[in-house]
Ligand binder design. Sequence first.
Ligand SMILES: [Zn+2]
Length: 151
Amino acid sequence: MPKTNKKVKLALNPLTISKMAKEAKKEFPYKTGKVEFFLMGKSKFVEYLENSYITKDYKEEYNKTPAFVAHLKKDKNMIVFCEEILDKLTKRLKDKDKIDFIKALTTHELFHIINKHSIENEYEALKSEEEVHEEFEEEFPEYKKILDKFS
Ligand SMILES: [Zn+2]
């Protein structure tokens, strides 16, 4: 009988995603207040994106946008992930890289939370992205490298 060396692929199931997101939050060096993680199906997720103030060009790239921050209540933030988009984006990655991707993504969103921008138009949305990119580059260069591969 031939040996089977088949590697078991880590499925990015909801449990893995929230576990990794929580770990990233624990490692995040700034106070964020309460953050909840939430998974959303693709059609609903895209509907939210369509109603947000991101640029038109960006909207055409839903498949590269696997998470966003929702401010639902005062003092409570939510990071929303789309499992389907995440899965598609990371399907060729090794397990360890999948985990790093989720952590990098979560860390990026956590910067949005601490920056506390109120975004009321496309210009402000772009500005807030730029700001996160700068902070990210300075403090998490390794994570930035990971996310840059997908942008
Ligand atoms: Zn962002």
